[in-house]
Write a protein that binds this ligand. Structure first.
Ligand code: PLP
Length: 444
C-alpha cells in the first residue's frame, strides 16, 4: 500500500519527475488516477466508477476474491525463487497443458510477455540452428532488445537493408479490411501466405535461413486484425519446409478471450498447432507472470545445447497459486462462455451501428476481442483518427474506458475483463451511438 493518498496533481508531477516517459496516449489527456478496482469497474480517488472495456490484464475481473485469497494464502505460507522443488509449479504446468494440444507439453515460466517472446526466439534459434525471423507488419511482441525489430507497431520502421542486417523480415499483416488483399479477394489466406513464401525465397537467395515466423493469432495492437481462415496452416507449411518454427503470441488474445476456443490459434482449426506458444497478460490476472510452451523436441534441443535455463521469479509458488486460481475462476464462472455470448451480443450491436453511422467502416471480432474501424470514406478507407480519439475522450467523460489502436489509431478496441455483462455491452454501444451521432452532425 502507498503510505498516503496523494493529491492527483502531485501524483502527476511526481510521475513526470521520477518515472521514465511512457504510455503517451494515456497520460497526455487528463489521466485518471485509479485507487481500487472490482470486477469490470475501476474507481478513482473521488470514488467515481469507470467501466473498464480495455483491461485484458484483469482477465477474470479486477481483484477477484478467489485470486486474492490464493495469492495471500500462498504468500503467507511460502514464496521463494524457483530453484526449489514445489508442487504448485508442476500442478500449474499440468493444468496449462491440458488446455493445449498434446504436442505442446513443456512449459517455461517467466514474468512478462516480452520475456516469453524473447525466450521463444532463443528456443527457435537453438532448435533450428537458423537466424532469420519473419514478423508481421504492425506487430507488437515486446520491449526487450531482441523484440524491438520484430515489433514494427511500436518501433521505428527499419529500412529493408537494415532489417536484413538484423535478420528480420516483415510480411504484410493479413488484414482483409484495409490490407493488401481484402475480403473481396478470391483467396486472401493463400495470397497473404504466398507473401511469406516469397520472403523465405528472397532470404534464401541472400543466404538467410528462417528460424521462426512469429505472429499473434489475432493481431491486437495492429488494429484487431483477424487473419483469414487457413492462413496459419499455409504459412506454417512454408516456414516448416524452410526448417523454421511457428510461434503463436497469445499474450493478448489467449485464455478464452475469443469465446469459442481457449486459444486464439484454435480459431484456425484443429489442424493448426504452433511449435511454440507464448502467453502473458491475463494468466496472472494482473500479477506479472507469463509462460512459453513448446514441444519436448524443441525443449530437448535447447537443453542439449548446454543452455541451462533458470529464471528467479518465473513459476514461483505465489505466481502458480494465482495461475491455478485464475483457471479455476474461468471454469467455475464459465467466463469463456460469457465471452462467447456477451461478446457475440456486443459485436452484433456494434454491427448495427454500421447501418446507422457512415463513420463505422468495419466491425470484427471473436468473443471479447472486438474492433470497430472508423473511416471517413468507406471506399477510400480514409482513417477517421481524430474521430476515434474523440469517441475515446467522450466515453471517458462518461466514465467508460476504451482505447483506439491500429497503425492509424482509428480502431476502437474492446478487450474487457471476461465478466463484462450484457448490460455493459448495451450501455457502451448506446453511448458510442450517441457520440457518433454528434460527431457526424458536426461533420455535415
Ligand atoms: N505480445 C503482445 C501481443 C503484447 O500485446 C504485449 C504487450 O502489450 C507483449 C507481447 C509484451 O508483454 P509485456 O508488456 O508483458 O512485456
Amino acid at each position: 500500500m502507498a503510505t498516503e493518498c496523494l493529491d492527483k496533481q502531485k501524483t502527476i508531477d511526481l510521475r513526470k519527475k521520477h518515472i521514465g516517459p511512457s504510455c503517451k496516449v494515456f497520460f497526455s489527456h487528463d489521466p485518471i488516477k485509479i485507487i481500487r478496482a472490482k470486477g469490470q469497474y475501476m474507481y478513482d480517488e473521488k470514488g467515481e466508477r469507470y467501466l473498464d472495456c480495455i483491461n485484458n490484464v484483469a482477465h477474470v475481473g479486477h481483484s477477484h476474491p478467489d485470486v486474492v485469497r490464493a495469492a495471500s494464502q500462498q504468500m503467507e505460507l511460502l514464496n521463494t525463487n524457483s530453484r526449489f522443488l514445489h508442487d504448485n509449479l508442476v500442478v500449474y504446468a499440468q493444468r496449462l497443458q491440458a488446455t493445449l494440444p498434446d504436442k505442446l507439453s513443456v512449459c517455461y515460466f517467466v514474468n512478462s510477455g516480452s520475456e516469453a517472446n524473447d525466450l521463444a526466439l532463443r528456443l527457435a534459434w537453438q532448435y533450428t540452428g537458423h537466424k532469420d525471423v519473419i514478423t508481421l507488419n504492425n506487430a507488437y511482441h515486446g520491449h526487450v532488445s531482441s523484440l524491438i525489430d520484430i515489433s514494427p507497431y511500436k518501433f521505428h520502421q527499419l529500412s529493408d537493408a537494415e532489417h536484413h542486417k538484423q535478420f528480420v523480415h516483415v510480411a504484410p499483416s493479413p488484414d482483409i479490411y484495409r490490407g493488401k488483399y481484402r475480403a473481396d479477394h478470391p483467396d486472401p489466406a493463400t495470397a497473404y501466405s504466398d507473401e511469406v513464401r516469397d520472403i523465405i525465397s528472397r532470404a534464401h537467395e541472400r543466404g538467410g535461413k528462417i528460424a521462426a515466423f512469429i505472429a499473434e493469432s489475432l493481431q491486437s495492437c495492429g488494429g484487431q486484425v483477424i487473419p483469414p481462415a487457413g492462413y496459419f496452416q499455409k504459412v506454417a507449411a512454408h516456414v516448416r519446409q524452410a526448417g523454421g518454427v511457428v510461434i503463436a503470441d497469445e499474450v493478448q488474445v489467449g485464455f478464452g478471450r475469443v469465446g469459442s476456443h481457449f486459444w486464439g490459434f484454435q480459431l484456425q482449426g484443429a489442424d493448426f498447432v504452433p511449435d511454440i506458444v507464448t502467453m502473458g497478460k491475463p494468466i496472472g490476472n494482473g500479477h506479472p507472470m507469463s509462460c512459453v510452451v513448446t514441444s519436448r523436441e524443441v525443449a530437448q534441443a535447447f537443453m542439449s545445447s548446454g543452455m541451462e535455463y533458470f529464471n528467479t521469479f518465473g513459476g514461483n509458488p505465489v505466481s502458480c497459486a494465482i495461475g491455478l486460481a485464475v483457471l479455476d475462476v474461468l471454469q467455475n464462472e464459465d467466463l469463456q462462455g460469457n465471452a462467447l455470448r456477451v461478446g457475440g451480443h456486443l459485436t452484433r450491436l456494434l454491427g448495427k451501428l454500421k447501418e446507422k453511422h457512415p463513420l463505422v467502416g468495419d466491425v470484427r471480432g471473436h468473443g471479447f476481442f472486438v474492433g470497430v474501424e472508423l473511416v471517413r470514406d468507406r471506399v477510400k478507407l480514409t482513417p477517421a483518427t481524430a474521430e476515434a480519439q474523440e469517441v475515446i475522450y467522450k466515453l471517458k467523460e462518461e466514465h467508460i474506458l476504451l482505447s483506439a489502436d491500429g497503425p492509424h489509431r482509428n480502431v476502437l478496441k474492446f478487450k474487457p475483463p471476461m465478466c463484462f455483462s450484457r448490460e455493459d455491452a448495451e450501455l457502451v454501444v448506446e453511448r458510442i451511438h450517441l457520440i457518433l451521432s454528434d460527431i457526424e452532425k458536426a461533420l455535415n
